[in-house]
Design a protein around this ligand. Structure first.
Ligand code: 13P
Ligand code: SF4
Length: 332
């Protein structure tokens, strides 16, 4: 078969038909072993893909894995900024992503030229950026954070430190409220998390008074106010495992429900409703671009590959390494 690599420009992935007769899961496993590849999967991808990943985790756990793996190839089942972060941390490894178009609306809400202008307008500020950003933003950043360590990293800085926090205004507002800081916020948001409907969540709660509302800090403030636990995907999962309740209304991308049900099969998990009940908006369309077929082609042809310019990589790496160092020191 002639492989048309220009497909990647048009589709973002190799559009090579995969025979219906092959067992994709066992073929992927074979290719993975042959090529000494590791599959890192985020909690938001489809459950079938989570089950064949070598590591499933939140953004912090996956970047920690990417920094220490001894595999030759990293296949990232997540979105582009995650694969890019893996490449920045492991430049000698080949980093693959099944679909290059798996972007992130939150990362897109922070263009590098505008952010650079904002940073220059505020000299003397320490720049903290959420990991959901491009390499260009990370290069303008002092310390990267994830939703797992943002609170602790902000608290580790002197109380009078002037801080810019970008790009997620909801996470920034939440961190300001729990730390008592007054960080200057970039006005970005995630299209999945900002659309959860408070009214519909409260209606669901009235119908299920025994259910606890739990939410990711990327949600808007009204949703966070009514939530009984707020945390990263890993934190939400852990909470449902250790908390005595049997029912939860979960305000984050619905992929996390797969691990919650696996860990606590006797508990009930209800995805928080979206503003528009017909759109399936509590699914991240970018995360859901990952499929078994694309993963198979990606491993087989080692395409699409993620590259980062070396000058940019070196600048971006510093802020990610600072996050990993502080997290290790804090035992996170
Ligand atoms: P965490 O997995 O770090 O909680 O982040 C959620 C997210 O939005 C990833 O894109
Ligand atoms: Fe980005 Fe939102 Fe999708 Fe996470 S859920 S990858 S923040 S668009």
């Amino acid at each position: 078969m002639i492989i048309n690599f220009s497909d990647l420009e048009n589709f973002g992935f190799l559009k090579i038909p995969v025979s219906k007769d092959i067992d994709l899961v066992s073929e992927i496993d074979k290719l993975k072993k042959e090529k000494n590849a590791v599959i890192l999967g985020h909690f938001y991808i489809d459950g079938k893909l989570q089950d064949i990943s070598d590591y499933v985790g939140d953004s912090l756990q996956l970047s920690q894995q990417a920094a220490k793996t001894d595999a030759d190839i990293i296949v990232f089942l997540g979105v582009h900024f995650m694969a890019e972060t893996a490449k920045i941390l492991s430049p000698s490894k080949k980093v693959l992503i099944p679909d290059l178009k798996a972007g992130c609306s939150l990362a897109d809400s922070c263009p590098a030229t505008d952010f650079e202008k904002f940073v220059k307008e505020h000299p003397g500020y320490t720049v903290i950026s959420y990991v959901n950003t491009t390499a260009e933003i990370k290069a303008l950043t002092d310390i990267v954070v994830t939703s797992s360590n943002a609170k602790e990293i902000v608290e580790s800085l002197p109380e009078n430190e002037k801080i810019i926090f970008g790009p997620d205004r909801n996470l920034g507002n939440y961190i300001n409220s729990v730390t008592g800081r007054n960080m200057l916020l970039w006005d970005g948001a995630c299209h999945v998390h900002k659309q959860f409907d408070l009214e519909a969540i409260l209606k669901l709660k009235a119908e299920n008074p025994d259910a606890k509302i739990i939410a990711h800090p990327e949600c808007e403030k009204p949703v966070l106010i009514v939530s009984e636990h707020i945390g990263s995907t890993a934190s939400l999962l852990k909470f449902t495992q250790t908390d005595p309740s049997d029912k939860y209304i979960v305000a984050t991308e619905s992929g996390i429900l797969h691990q919650m049900k696996k860990a606590s099969p006797d508990k009930t998990f209800i995805p928080a409703p979206a503003l528009d009940s017909t759109c399936g908006c509590n699914d991240c369309n970018f995360m859901k671009l990952n499929t078994l077929e694309k993963l198979y082609n990606c491993l087989k042809y080692e395409q699409p590959e993620v590259f980062v310019d070396e000058n940019l990589r070196v600048k971006a790496e510093k802020s990610i390494l600072r996050m990993l160092e502080i997290s290790a020191k804090l035992g996170l």
